[in-house]
Design a protein around this ligand. Structure first.
Ligand code: MN
Length: 239
């Protein structure tokens, strides 16, 4: 195994634990990383809750969602979400799919999930909403087919995030640290808006504020600082 793959797998385990610790993903939801040497492959845990994921649980998949070495293990039914995004977005190397309760009101009402604090700029100017009814009618509400995954990736477009009606959201970024940062910012911004809306129309960041602030926050130094804080909170501390 190359050093780059070892680092990717190590960080993917940490990202799973962080997402669980922060309440972004609980019993369900998942996080993946693209293979550092093969853009047609990605890494994702077998189907278990992220709180429990270890290095040995990580599996390699094709972008069509075929497991390279399945060994009888259960696999996430919604893994097509990851492959479709990696296929559509060469700039994306890490994906989180989650059902964070705080963002769900924004998937079932006309409320818009727009950045209202500086830390939320990374969720982008627009957070589109994908409704599975539009193309697929009544379903089991899961994203299980390649067609559904591709439809969802189209709805997300070049945006960092997309909402799924009555279901959850996806976040995508150039690396795991950034996608973890964005997923937490998305939840925090939803909380902020829900707290603010009873008192009137919130003041949102302007498009210029969003692009300038997001560019600053997605630099390596702030992402490193945030990542260190989150892995400590998830129980990984040095001495
Ligand atoms: Mn889901």
């Amino acid at each position: 195994m190359s050093d780059a793959v070892a680092v990717a797998l190590h960080e993917l385990v940490l990202a799973n634990r962080i997402m669980a610790r922060e309440g972004i993903i609980d019993d369900f939801g998942h996080v993946s990383v693209r293979h550092p040497h093969d853009p047609e492959r990605y890494f994702l845990s077998y189907s278990r809750s992220p709180e429990l994921v270890t290095r040995d649980d990580i599996m390699e998949f094709t972008l069509e969602g075929e497991a390279i070495d399945r060994r009888g293990r259960a696999i996430y039914r919604e893994r097509v979400i990851h492959g479709a995004l990696y296929q559509a977005r060469p700039d994306v190397n890490a994906v989180v799919h989650h059902h964070t309760p705080e963002i769900l009101p924004f998937t079932i009402t006309d409320l818009k999930l727009r950045p209202a604090s500086h830390l939320a700029a990374t969720i982008g100017t627009e957070v589109p909403l994908w409704d599975s009814q539009d193309e697929f009618g009544d379903t089991n509400m899961l994203v299980e087919t390649i067609d559904q995954g591709e439809s969802l990736a189209r709805a997300q477009g070049l945006n960092p995030c997309v909402l799924l009606r009555g279901h959850g959201a996806n976040c995508a970024a150039h690396n795991l640290r950034a996608v973890v940062f964005i997923a937490i910012a998305m939840r925090d911004n939803a909380q902020l808006l829900l707290r603010s809306l009873p008192f009137g129309e919130p003041i949102y960041l302007s498009p210029g504020e969003i692009s300038r602030t997001a560019a600053t926050q997605l630099e390596d130094a702030p992402l490193q600082r945030s990542w260190d804080y989150r892995i400590a909170r998830a129980g990984f501390r040095g001495i």
